[in-house]
Every structure is written in C-alpha cells, then in structure tokens.
Design a binder for this molecule. Structure first.
Ligand SMILES: Nc1ncnc2c1ncn2[C@@H]1O[C@H](COP(=O)(O)OP(=O)(O)O)[C@@H](O)[C@H]1O
Ligand SMILES: [Mg+2]
Length: 573
C-alpha cells in the first residue's frame, strides 16, 4: 500500500499525534476496544505515546490498569482525574501465584518462570521432577506451602520413586530463594496477594515493579509477578458482563515480559476456545495497550488483535516481519519498503494503522511532560501506599542493625566483609532496613581519589557526638589512627569552656585536633589555639581550606596547622 495517500481526516476523538499535514490524528473512543500496540526499539517514545493515550483516556472517564517496569508511570498521577491506587513492589505489593485458583495454570506459570531451564540442568531427574511438582502444586495454596510440600510431601504411587531426595533438592534450588532472599521473601512468601481486584472498580491502578527490575538477576521473578498480575486481571475482566462502551484501559509496558504462548492458554477456557480473547475483552469494555520493543515476542492472539497500531523505529528483521503482517504487506518489495521506512524512523515518529482509517500513515507523538514526583508528593497522592503493615524484622536485619550499632563508621563494603556476608545478602538486607525506615544511606568521599563510600546510619540516631555523621566519621578515624600510633588520645576533651574533638600529648606538648565541617571554624581556631601547644584543624570541605590558611596567616597563629582530611595523617601526630 503506497504511503503517498493523504493522512486521514479525523475531526473528533482523542488526539494521539500530529500528522504530516499538520493536523491532529484523533481516535474516537469506540475504536479503543480494538486495542493498542506500541512497538519500537528502546528510547523511541513508545511509553510517552502511551502515557498521552492514558492521560486522555482517564480524563474521558476510563479506568487505567498499568503494569510498569521502569518506574515511570507513577509520574503521570498528577495529570489524572480519577483516584489512583499505587502498588510499589518495594512497599505494598504481595503476590501469590496460587490466587489464580487454577492449579494447572499456576503450574504452567511456575514452569515458565521459576523452573524454566531446570529440566536441562537435571536431565535425568526430569520425569520425576515433573511428577513431584505436579503433585505438590496441586495440594499447595501458596509459595510457602509449596516449599513445605516439596520438602516433605510423600506422593502415593504404584511404583517406587527413586532418587526422591535428589528430586526434592533439585526443585528446592529454584524455590529456596523465595524463602531465603529477603527481597523475594517479602513479595512471595505470603498466603495472599495484596491487590484486591474488587477495590479498583472506579479507580486507576498502577503497579510499579521497578524496585525488582533494578536487580537484573531477578528476571524470572519479574516475569512471574508480571504474568500473575496480568493474567489475574484479564481473567477477572473476562468474567464480567458484556457492555457497549469501553470502561478500562489495561497498559502493559515492556509487554514482552508476558510469557509468550501461555497467555492464550491462561485466559481461554474450553467454552470460549472458539473466540479469541482479545475480542472477548473488547466486548467487555476492556481495551489493551501493549508496549514492547519486540513484537515478535508477543502472543499471536494479542498481536493480531491490537489493531490500533503504532510502530516506531524497529531494527530487528524478525520484528519487522512480524509487523509487516499487521500492515498487510506480503510482497518482498512491500516488506523491503516497510523495512527501510521503519529502520530510518525518527524518534517520536511512528507508522500508524487503525480501523478508523483506510491506510497507514505517519504520526508524530504529542508532548508529554513528566515532572518527577518526590516520595512526599507520591504519599500525598497515594494514601494507600502507606497502608503497608509493619513487618517483622528478620534475623539478618537484626544482625545488620547490631553491626551498625557496634561499628558505626564502616562503609558498606567493609561492613559486608565484617559480617562475612555475600554482597547480595548484604544489599538485600540493607534495602529492607531502608524500606522500613530504620537506616538511611550516606555517601561521601573518604579518599582523595576514587568514588565516594557509602555508609549506613541508624535513623534513630540523630546526633553523632557533637555533630553530624561525616564529622564523627573523621574524628573516629583520627582517634583510631592516633591510638594505633601508640598515643593516648582523648575524644571530646574538655579544656576550659571548650570541648575539642581529639586531644593528645606528644613530647610533653598538648596537641588538639579539631575536625571542621559546616562549623564556625574561625572562632574554634581562635579559642582552641590559645589553650594548647599545637592545634591541627582538619577541614572536610575543600573550599574552606584556602580561607582557613589565609585566616591563620592573618591572625599570625604560628601554632595552628590547617589540613584537609585526606592529608591529616601527614601532620598528625
Ligand atoms: N511525547 C514525548 N514528550 C516528551 N518527551 C518525549 C516524548 N517522547 C519521547 N520523549 C523523550 O524521549 C525519552 C524516551 O521516550 P520513551 O517514551 O521513554 O521511549 P521508549 O518507551 O520507547 O523507550 C523520554 O524520556 C523523553 O525524554
Ligand atoms: Mg518505555
């Protein structure tokens, strides 16, 4: 189909982009039921294009259901009219794949995610593993129960089971992280999912999985959550009565995470098998918007039935072939033409096709500005996100807290070492404590060269000695150094009406060390230098040092040495 055909004339509907002739492309609501797809390589503007769609859909009265991997979607909340319920994987999201109430489906999901590839790993055990998994899934209602059953369930069989222990162990290698890893545990080691589908009726729902996505190792778990939630929602939607207008817009960003192939099985039951579920959703007022970098990896049924199509730049031949079919291109020349168009597509431009227009056309997406929300802004929009119950503190968390109390000034690397923990265990525990608001993280430079170090500070502890953490850190370092050098230093030493950070004697002389950080250093220097033989003023902020050197010269204070923290050891003792 030639693209020289003029773009469609659209006088009413939701504006979704501008066309080559400068006019807006508008799509009337009645076409929303034909679903949406936004394809294109990363960074081409798919998410923003879908956000424009979402904001306008909300403003026209639709409810949004959004699964977000990148953590971007919460930022549209201020632009939404309806109330929004926000679930954050680091806070209030709990997922129980057994809540699908369909053991066959749950097993399918678990196999496509938790147990994916395990059959290759344990080839010899494979038949028995399957058997065991089947039995255990059937009698379990949650992940904790499943783990329990895999450990101890004795299935009745007419034939003897060999290698049963090996089979259990193999399955547990994949399951144990859901019990032992604090991050996964807080999400999955539960008896009930936290999302109540009945509570979202006339509200928007945003599920933010970004907190887990940041940990690359968790791709499998991410797929499990993503699928459990998407399937739960879609199945619920299919149970509702037929209606004449669109009610909800379900947005799946990074939709390639929807495990291909199984979605059809997941939502199709025997009675419905003849009609594709995309059509059934449309009849129930559900509109889907699929956003993906990889159309080739999207379930056939969804791909074929997402008829409001926006294709941004694509590079992979497999993906281009997949969309060629949707545009109705079959001849080699047509496909080559499409390929050269798509590979050269500018950012924020897409080839569009919709049942509302006869031919494909090019659009440029509309501006969507996203002021970033702070945690506080979010809290204001989202009272629900505060609902999270106080969770118990795990042993690891207690151990880490204790460790911080005993050694407040270790950086994260040193602390993990001192605990004898692997990095992942340390950082997972640290995350949990931060989430519970028991610790905060501070980062500053402790060496002249290299990246800043990171420290955990107890939230309960406001003051460290006479000042801030960073001040205390350096005082502690200098104090320990002097001790190791064989001096007998004193901390917070009282001299007349002044308290000095560190004091020690060398060759019968009294030496004071004062660490200056955001302090009234001029008066400190004047007062301290009068009551000791020598004063070392240690500055943490580079910009103060020159001022201090000049000040000392000006005041003619011959017993004062000014240094920065990194060089302090050259002048002490
Ligand atoms: N419609 C738009 N309005 C404003 N900025 C945009 C728009 N589309 C893209 N951008 C800019 O390009 C970046 C990538 O767009 P995004 O929609 O996140 O791409 P994708 O989802 O395809 O990876 C955005 O972070 C933004 O800076
Ligand atoms: Mg995106």
């Amino acid at each position: 189909m030639p693209l020289s055909i003029p773009p469609p004339q659209t006088n009413e509907g939701t504006p979704l982009g501008s066309m080559e002739n400068g006019q807006l492309f508008r799509l009337p609501l009645k076409y929303f039921g034909f679903h949406f797809a936004f394809y294109g390589v990363t960074g081409t503007g798919k998410t923003r294009a879908a956000m424009n769609l979402a904001i306008k859909a909300d403003n026209e009265g639709l409810n949004l259901r959004i699964i977000d991997i990148e953590g971007e979607w919460k930022n549209i909340i201020p632009q939404l009219k309806k109330d929004t319920i926000y679930y954050d994987i680091n806070k209030n999201l709990k997922v129980n794949p057994f809540d699908l109430q369909d053991p066959g489906l749950t097993k399918l999901l678990l196999r496509e995610t938790i147990f994916k590839g395990i059959e290759l790993e344990y080839r010899d055990l494979s038949p028995q593993m399957n058997f065991m998994l089947d039995k255990c899934v059937l009698i379990s209602k949650s992940i904790p129960k499943l783990i329990e059953n895999v450990i101890s369930h004795k299935p009745e069989t007419e034939f003897p089971l060999r290698n049963l222990d090996l089979t259990r162990t193999a399955l547990l290698t994949r399951l144990n992280p859901y019990k032992d890893n604090p991050v996964l545990r807080s999400i999955f080691y539960v008896s009930k999912s936290s999302i109540d589908m009945s509570s979202i009726k006339d509200k928007n729902l945003i599920i933010d999985l970004h907190g887990l996505d940041m940990k690359v190792a968790y791709k499998r778990e991410l797929r499990l959550i993503y699928n459990t939630l998407a399937i739960t929602y879609l199945r619920e939607a299919l149970k509702t009565e037929e209606v004449n207008s669109v009610k909800n817009l379900f947005i799946a960003d990074e939709a390639q995470l929807l495990v291909p192939r199984i979605l059809q099985k997941a939502v199709a039951t025997d009675t419905w098998a003849t009609t594709d579920f995309a059509t059934r959703l449309r009849k129930r007022g559900e509109s889907l918007a699929i956003i993906s970098q990889s159309p080739a990896n999207i379930e056939d049924d969804i791909r074929k039935n997402s008829q409001n199509l926006f294709v941004f730049r694509l590079l992979d031949p497999g993906d281009i072939k997949a969309v060629a079919g949707m545009f109705g291109y079959v001849h080699v020349e047509e496909i080559n033409h499409l390929s050269s168009m798509l590979t050269g597509m500018e950012e924020r431009c897409a080839m569009a096709k919709t049942p509302s227009a006869l031919y494909p056309f090019i659009i440029r997406t509309l501006d969507v500005e996203l002021p970033k929300l702070s945690e506080e802004d979010l809290a204001a929009y989202l009272p629900e996100s505060e609902e999270t119950k106080e969770e118990a503190i795990s042993e690891d968390e207690q151990e880490l807290l204790q460790n911080i109390r005993e050694n407040p000034f270790l950086n994260n690397t040193e602390r993990a070492l001192s605990l004898g923990w692997h990095r992942t265990r340390y950082s997972a525990t640290r995350k949990l404590l931060r989430r519970k608001d028991l610790v905060e993280e501070i980062s500053f430079k402790t060496k002249l060269k290299g990246a800043p170090s990171r420290f955990l500070k107890l939230k309960e502890k406001k003051e460290y000695g006479r000042g801030q953490f960073i001040h205390a850190f350096w005082v502690d370092k200098i104090f320990i150094y002097l001790k190791e050098e064989g001096y007998n230093p004193l901390q917070e030493y009282k001299a007349n009406d002044k308290i000095v950070d560190v004091a020690y004697t060398k060759d019968g002389k009294t030496i004071f060390v004062e660490v200056e950080y955001k302090s009234d250093w001029k008066s400190n220097i004047l007062r301290a230098s009068k009551i000791c033989d020598k004063l070392v003023s240690v500055f943490i902020r580079e910009k103060d040092i020159i001022d201090a050197v000049n000040f000392v010269k000006q005041e003619n204070l011959s017993n004062v040495t000014v240094t920065d923290a990194y060089y302090a050891y050259k002048v002490i003792p």
